[in-house]
Design a protein around this ligand. Structure first.
Ligand code: NAD
Length: 283
């Protein structure tokens, strides 16, 4: 079994982004790339993800502008904040740290981000670009992380049967579309899918993005499959686990990404890949 090591690839990506930023700054008069993170409330999990982003930024020579708002912030205030960041020439990428409170219209807020600064690829403009195969598409970080991990390990995607479990706008759908763009034949499963085991066993590449601890058991897999575990769940003992029962399937499948250490680190490095691209376009 091949372990798809996202940490190792994240580190390689950090080195290459660091060199790319340094080289560009030598050849051009430009400010450092800067990511603005708009946070609402103080969820511990958001804090942890934002810290990872700050650490990664530091590693590659990028900056982070962290804007924290209280839970009760109004939609109008957030929209005004994003409009200001759109105009701020020293900011090259803007993300809204999700989740935000249900009372706020998430898509409306995200759609305020100037598409050129939309490094999460979640504005309506970018979603349309992904659907229409537009070359300006910014792949959402998790989807880019999944594709980069497969490509790094020379796993062929074209012509393969890919099954994605999960259909959220943030994770499942962009991953499915990204695989389709790479010419896989894609099936999307969700909570109401009948005979999930039958569907997942048909996959050459199985992506679990459901947010359900150990949803994928040995009965859902077969020999030769490549398994990408996107899920991040916390056990009662506060251990981070994926959607796949790693121990139960690891001796059956051909390759698998672990949790932690698989897609998670790739998501962070992929976000900064998008930032560096956006920064170059804006200079
Ligand atoms: P979500 O709750 O919005 O969506 C979950 C999807 O999975 C839904 O479409 C639902 O129909 C499907 N699903 C849930 N239970 C299922 C079941 N029992 N059988 C079949 N389908 C089922 O969650 P999300 O935002 O898409 O996130 C999914 C997971 O990915 C979460 O664990 C999240 O923490 C994780 N995540 C990981 C990264 C990363 O970088 N690794 C990034 C973002 C999200």
């Amino acid at each position: 079994m091949i372990l798809l090591d996202g940490k190792k690839l994240r580190n390689l990506m950090a080195d290459s982004l660091k060199s790319a930023v340094a080289e560009y700054l030598q050849e051009n008069t430009a400010p450092q790339p800067k990511l603005a993170i708009v946070q609402v409330g103080d969820l511990p999990v958001s804090k942890a993800y934002i810290n990872q982003k700050k650490l990664f930024a530091e590693r590659i020579g990028a900056k982070v502008l962290h804007k924290i708002h209280p839970d009760k912030v109004s939609e109008t205030e957030l929209i005004e904040e994003i409009k200001k960041l759109n105009k701020n020439k020293s900011v090259h990428g803007i993300i809204v740290q999700l989740p935000i409170p249900d009372e706020l219209d998430k898509q409306k807020i995200i759609d305020t981000i100037d598409p050129i600064k939309d490094v999460d690829g979640l504005t309506a403009t970018n979603i349309k670009r992904l659907w229409t195969n537009d070359e300006r598409t910014v792949l959402p970080a998790t989807a880019l992380g999944v594709i980069s991990l497969l490509q790094h390990y020379d796993i062929e995607i074209e012509g393969k049967k890919a099954v994605v479990v999960g259909r959220s706008t943030l994770v499942g759908k962009p991953i499915a579309l990204a695989l389709l763009r790479e010419n896989a034949t894609v099936t999307i499963c969700h909570r109401l899918t009948k005979n999930l085991e039958e569907e997942t066993r048909r996959a050459d590449i199985l992506v679990a993005a459901a947010g359900s601890e150990h949803l994928i058991t040995k009965d859902h897999v077969k020999a030769g499959q490549v398994i990408i575990d996107v899920g991040i769940n916390f056990t009662k003992e506060e251990h981070m686990v994926g959607d796949v029962d790693f121990e139960a399937v690891k001796d059956i499948v051909a390759a698998i990404s672990p949790v932690p250490g698989g897609v998670g680190p790739m998501t962070v490095s992929s976000l900064f890949h998008n930032l560096v691209e956006a920064w170059k376009t804006q200079n």
